[in-house]
Design a protein around this ligand. Sequence first.
Ligand code: SF4
Length: 374
Amino acid sequence: MSGLYLHIPFCKQACSYCDFYFVTRTSEREHFVQRLIEEVQEYRDTKFIDEEVETIYFGGGTPSLLEPKQVEQILQAIEQVFEVDAREITFEMNPDDVNKEFLGSLKSVGINRASMGVQSFQPELLEFMNRAHSSDEALRCLELLSQSRFESYTVDLIYGNPGETKEQLNDDLNRLLQFNPPHVSAYSLTVEPKTRLGKMVDLGRIAPPKDDRVAEQFDLVNEQLNEQGIERYEVSNYARSGREAVHNSRYWEHHNYVGFGPGAHSFWWGDQAIRWENKRNLRGYLRDRNLREEEQLSYEQLAEERIMMGLRTAKGIGFEELSQKYHYQLNDRQQKYLKKVAEEGKATVDDRIKLTDKGIKLADAIILDLVTLH
Ligand code: SF4
């Protein structure tokens, strides 16, 4: 079973924290859709169509800048090339693009999961993040979504903005929880170097939030969502039972997937494991078909990736999987380190390693220590 990812590289404006690949000129949308369809067709007669497609994900960028008709054309092209039995077809959207008719049309062309980029309901934080939508638009959109025919949906929130208070986050969570969402992705703001936010931090215009403050906000998110039965299954992802995102969970488990569009990544583990990335260049993508960078991955690299992704999930990672699928054995130093981490209450270790609530906040540091001891 494989997954397909479609990168739609258009945005109305640049959010201050974002380092995904996108352009703000949207006039090339139709040309892009035709090129994307050609890229899908190029996979005909390759080994990448051998596995049945279980999930499809429209990400970006802003997929909701496409017309439903264009989405339908893309899905039809996929079905002509791949064998599709998709249990989940997710579509990312921004509140300012959505109305009842748009949601209904997407549902009719086959989308069954919506992903709404709300990030916050606080006007000053939306302005700081340079989001294109208002707080009212986000609320109206969630109302539409909760009344829509979508079987599932998810809402993105960002916390840990510089200057963000606990009260503001609490208010965001309360507003969100009124809608009883089946799935929430809550990310702590990261400062990426080439973004507007990164530049402001470099120039000393703003100070990034302190770690202890972010940790406090993480606890608040965790508590509030857990109380409503929306449980954390990955460091930034929370769901009601049975509503976990299938597509993203497959990435964490090294399932095969193919990405289309500029900047999209693909991963395929057949005789060998390979990953490739389409270059982050729309002009080039529209002109040239072979702008890909490919790398082969060793068992050691794969095992490290699996540890990194697995330890961020509530399921953790099993020793048997590590040794059988990845030919990876933990050495004495790693075992000693894990024992210490478990004694400190940051992990549980039996036939699997799982980080606790205390450990998950330090996931990046624990993972780094663990893999560098190999
Ligand atoms: S966060 Fe989303 S909408 Fe904002 S610039 Fe990035 S991809 Fe575009």
